[in-house]
Design a protein. Structure first.
Length: 294
């Protein structure tokens, strides 16, 4: 009987501990961006809204409307680098009437992404409006995309070693290096972009920043993967106390997400860092294209 009561007591303590852990878990904030597999399925929606509010002076050049009679060779656009399946481009073109050129080596089906991933998340009145327009014109979405959207099915191949070389301090030399080592089509759309963006653009992230800086283009990147073994020429300076207590500076290789963000931010004093309103990798490094204010 004594042994049975001990087991019952242990079970009751276990149940109590489980309830305490469950309560503690529920009380934890849900906005943390450090956990693996974060719920960031709405990141494209939040990122699109943030772009609209942060770059209004830039996006005016990219708006598509019935009065916009500008010929395509001079029309400005957003350059969406490594856009993946294209949800961000779909939102910017079809929800916000902006001209977008997406760069990604995989062909995206924007119509399908819009209908399956974007429309179901819209407010009911907008869903009804979209369905009515498609009923009146079954090619409604495709017609808008033909006017507003284009994809360059290629990698964002920018000569990183040359671009980052200490020998190329002059902006003119850097531009010439890009023009020599990139396709004519890609270079043309870089120069005609009003804004360059990269949401979790992986290996293209630093290239976006370097190209934007070279051409004085507003940009925003939201870094994700660091690839420290592939990009082993990235370093940041840290200050540490030595054995005597004196503060010493030394360079360390960039290996973590936090270090990568700092590395990009340090490229120019005009750059800004901001936490975006979604979970997961949500730190934006951006520049609005304006001069540094003192």
């Amino acid at each position: 009987m004594h042994e049975l009561s001990i087991k019952q007591k242990n079970k009751e303590q276990g149940r109590l501990r489980a309830r305490e852990l469950a309560a503690a878990k529920q009380s934890q904030p849900t906005s943390t961006s450090t956990r693996h597999g974060a719920r960031n399925q709405h990141r494209h929606k939040h990122f699109a809204k943030w772009i609209l509010s942060t770059f209004p002076h830039v996006l005016e050049e990219c708006i598509d409307n019935d009065l916009n009679l500008v010929d395509p060779p001079t029309r400005k656009h957003i350059l969406d680098v490594a856009g993946g399946k294209g949800e961000l481009s779909a939102r910017l073109t079809l929800c916000h009437a902006l001209h977008v050129v997406m760069v990604d080596p995989r062909q995206a089906d924007i119509t399908s992404v819009y209908m399956k991933d974007v429309v179901p998340k819209l407010p009911n009145k907008w869903q009804t409006s979209v369905k009515k327009r498609i009923h009146d014109n079954p090619m409604f979405v495709q017609d808008l995309l033909r006017r507003r959207y284009k994809q360059l099915v290629m990698h964002f191949d920018i000569p990183d070693p040359e671009l980052c070389s200490d020998k190329l301090h002059d902006a003119k030399q850097r531009k010439e290096s890009i023009e020599r080592n990139t396709s004519h089509d890609l270079n043309y759309h870089i120069q005609n972009a009003s804004l360059i963006i990269g949401l979790h653009s992986d290996g293209a992230t630093e290239a976006i920043v370097d190209v934007a800086l070279c051409y004085n283009k507003p940009f925003v990147v939201v870094p994700c993967c660091v690839f420290p073994n592939l990009f082993n020429n990235r370093f940041i300076t840290v200050e540490e106390c030595d054995e005597t207590g004196d503060l010493k500076s030394r360079q360390i290789p960039v290996r973590t997400h936090e270090q990568f963000c700092e590395y990009l931010l340090n490229k120019d004093p005009r750059f800004k860092k901001e936490e975006l309103p979604f979970e997961g990798r949500n730190i934006a490094i951006w520049w609005d294209g304006k001069a540094l204010e003192y």
